[in-house]
Design a protein around this ligand. Sequence first.
Ligand code: AMP
Length: 184
Amino acid sequence: MTRLIFLGPPGAGKGTQAQILAQHLNIPHISTGDILRQAMKEQTPLGIKAQSYVDSGELVPDQLVQDLVEERLGQADATSGWILDGFPRKVTQAAFLEELLQKTGQGGERVVNLDAPDEVVVTRLLSRGRKDDTEEVIRRRLEIYRNDTAPLIDYYSDRQKLVTINGDQSQEEVTHELKHTLAS
Ligand code: AMP
C-alpha cells in the first residue's frame, strides 16, 4: 500500500514524477491543480470559483480544495493507495488531511520533498507555457510556496514522514532515486 504526498516548489517536477510513479505502482495520481484546471475548462461551479485564484497564482480557498480532496480520496480506486500532488499546500490543509486520513483509516503516508533551486524552476516553468506560467505569476507562486508551503517540510519532518530528493537532475535520475528511496 503506497500513499505518497509530493511537496516541492512549482517546476520541481512533481507532476511528471508523480505520474510516472503512479503508473508504475498502479495507483491514482491526484493533482489538485489538474482537477481545478479541468473544472475551469468545463466551467463547473468549482471551476468558476477557482478561476481568478489559479490565473493569478494565488491559493484557492482551503474549503474548496479540501472538499475536492475528501471527495477524491473517497473514490473506489483510492482504496489501493494514491499519490497526492499539489496538496497540502499550507499547514491548515495538512492538519485537515491528517484528520481525514485518521478518520478514514488511510494512514502510513510518506512525503517526498522534491527540491530544486529557484533559477532552475523558473527556467523550467517559462518553457512549459501554461496560462499561469508568466514571469509575474511564477514569481508570485514561488513567493507563496516559500511562505505557505515550505513550512510543511518541517511539519512532516517532525512527524518522521519526510524524504528529500534532489529535483535538479534529469527526469530519469530523479525517477531512479525515487524508486530506490521508496523501496527502502
Ligand atoms: P499546480 O498545478 O499544483 O501548480 O496548481 C496550480 C494552481 O492551482 C495553484 O497556483 C493554485 O492556484 C491552485 N491550487 C492547486 N492546489 C492547491 C491547493 N492545495 N490549495 C490552494 N490552491 C491550490
